[in-house]
Design a binder for this molecule. Structure first.
Ligand SMILES: C[S@@+](CC[C@H](N)C(=O)[O-])C[C@H]1O[C@@H](n2cnc3c(N)ncnc32)[C@H](O)[C@@H]1O
Length: 328
């Protein structure tokens, strides 16, 4: 299935592409946002994606837009390295997996398709099968709870640990069957939904990636530059919302009831024109159900140093480094 870009009109409205300016599309995917940005103004876009499988769309966009478009296969948390000291006028991120990734059975993202239990967006690092093989029961349970909000996380982990004593769990179907046995069928969602989401977030360090990319964007944006982020679940949205809040007047400028907190220590580095951001409307949701949970937030970089405060935006869960060491 082709990937339908979510909240495309709103993303471009928030980014305001302008002739002669330079933008980064940190989640190139099928190039939906990139094409629209390049069609809206005579500007340049650097696309990033950690997935090597996007190369067909990279070639198509290159042929269409020539040297106005360039691409690097790199994780978006490495935004500063990708730009090598250059400043930009906008950064857009469309977090999560693409329809192409979900649809390809051999990527192992979907419990609906039999395939290897992989789930890596890039082709390196430990896979979901490694997590299932090497993590302790309590570590798996923590991951399922924190990243999947799975209420019966411990039961899922116990069933997995029992099954792996008998055989190697290496396919999506094997894991989906174990979870069906652990949870039984109830409700409209497949019992494996939450655990699969949790494993995907963990294996790709999705929340850590997002947070580091926001920090990097704050550094590379010129004054007036725009940071535009589309997220698909509350864990991600909370990070974006808190990040922008701590750096904008919304939080520290105080309300009528509370005076500004740290003014003087560090000036605001973003303004947030629309606090609630945007959600997809009924028409878009009907045409593209994936947009149902999407939330767009954006901030405009102010002419101020990067924020110096302390924050703790990532939930506590086993680190990917732990698995990397065990699987090495
Ligand atoms: C939802 S899709 C983006 C779709 C794109 N906006 C479009 O219109 O075609 C997300 C893409 O971001 C990529 N991605 C996710 N996390 C990434 C990361 N940390 N660094 C680089 N790319 C990432 C995925 O590989 C995927 O191709």
């Amino acid at each position: 299935m082709n990937h339908i870009p979510v909240l495309l009109t709103e993303v471009v409205q928030a980014l305001r592409p302008t002739n002669g300016e330079q933008y980064v599309d940190g989640t190139f995917g099928a190039g939906g946002y990139t094409r629209e940005i390049l069609n809206t103004a005579n500007c340049n876009v650097l696309g990033l994606d950690r997935d090597p499988n996007v190369s067909k769309d990279v070639s198509a966009v290159s042929s269409e837009f020539g040297n106005r478009f360039s691409f690097k296969q790199i994780a978006f948390s490495h935004l500063e390295d990708a730009l090598d000291g250059q400043k930009v006028d906008g950064v857009v991120l469309d977090i999560g997996v693409s329809s192409m990734q979900l649809d390809q059975a051999d990527r192992g993202f979907s419990f609906m398709r039999e395939g290897p239990l992989d789930m890596r967006m890039s082709s390196s690092g430990p896979s979901a099968a490694d997590a299932i093989k090497y993590l302790e029961s309590n570590e798996l349970a923590r991951i399922f709870k924190v990243y999947g909000d799975e209420k019966r996380a411990k039961k899922c982990a116990d069933f997995i640990v029992r099954a792996r004593q008998d055989y190697t769990i290496s396919t999506t179907q094997q894991l989906a069957d174990i979870l069906s046995r652990a949870l039984g069928r109830q409700g409209k969602h497949h019992p494996a939904t939450r655990v699969f989401q949790a494993l995907r977030i963990y294996i790709n360090d999705e929340l850590g990636e997002l947070y580091r990319a926001l920090i990097a964007a704050e550094k590379v944006l010129r004054p007036g530059g725009r940071l535009v982020v589309v997220t698909f679940h509350s864990l991600e949205d909370r990070i974006v919302k808190s990040f922008l809040r701590s750096r904008s007047e919304v939080d520290r400028g105080g309300s009528r009831h509370a005076p500004p907190q740290d003014v003087g220590k560090t000036a605001f580095s973003f303004s947030v024109p629309k606090r609630s951001g945007f959600k997809a409307g009924a028409k878009e949701i009907a045409e593209n159900p994936r947009s149902r949970s999407a939330r767009l937030r954006w901030g405009v970089r102010l002419d101020a140093p990067v924020w110096q405060g302390e924050e703790d935006l990532l939930p506590e869960a086993p680190s990917l480094g732990l698995l990397e060491r065990r699987a090495a």
